[in-house]
Design a protein around this ligand. Structure first.
Ligand code: S3P
Length: 189
């Protein structure tokens, strides 16, 4: 007779959560999905938690309460994840999460903080495919991306334990490299 292992008894493929930070269009959601599948982790998206909590899309939150109101929701969503102290998560964060200083220690409490980067051209090409980002609803979104990126790039770099660039790599390659790095730093016993 073969006994099926109890999945809750199986060792985690990685003994720590992965926390993805980076600019809009850096690949957090897509790479997060691949990582979650490969590791057997759950993917949690802070934007999705915010939409659920607010009961409206992100564009409506911005229209209703402005960016500050959105940041309040975001900080609460992050703190809520820390309180749950769950393991086995890939956490994809919103691109502005690093702009609030109080969020930074929480990101580190959640797990291994990885910055995803890509060239400005690639980022602009990716964000142009999706119009649901209110910060880019400006007369010149290309210039907005450029300015925001220049302002935030040092914040991501300072907040991250590790950075990986996806400009000339497939999302799967990025995910594989990231898992390799995480396993090297956090070996399973
Ligand atoms: C934002 C990024 C968005 C979302 C919101 C604000 C930002 O998330 O949180 O529109 O300030 O960069 P993504 O990075 O997933 O696009």
């Amino acid at each position: 007779m073969t006994v099926k292992p109890d999945p809750t008894e199986l060792p985690l493929a990685l003994p720590i959560n992965l926390v993805l930070i980076g600019f809009m269009g850096s690949g957090k959601s897509s790479i997060g999905r691949i990582l979650a599948t490969k590791l057997g982790f759950h993917l949690v998206d802070t934007d999705a938690l915010i939409v659920q909590e607010a009961g409206m899309p992100i564009t409506d939150i911005f229209a209703w309460q402005g960016e500050e109101g959105f940041r309040e929701f975001e900080a609460k969503a992050l703190a809520g994840l820390v309180d749950r102290s769950t393991h086995g998560l890939v956490i994809a964060t919103g691109g502005g999460i690093v702009t609030r200083e109080e969020n930074l220690p929480l990101l580190h409490r959640l797990g291994f903080v990885v910055e995803l980067t890509a060239s400005e051209e690639v980022i602009f090409e990716r964000v142009s495919r999706n119009k649901a980002r209110p910060l880019l609803h400006t007369p010149n979104p290309r210039e907005t991306v450029s300015k925001l990126l220049a302002h935030r790039a040092p914040m991501y770099a300072a907040a991250a334990d590790f950075s990986i660039d996806s400009t000339v790599k497939t999302h799967t390659q990025v995910a594989d490299e990231l898992i390799e790095e995480a396993r090297r730093r956090y070996p399973c016993d």
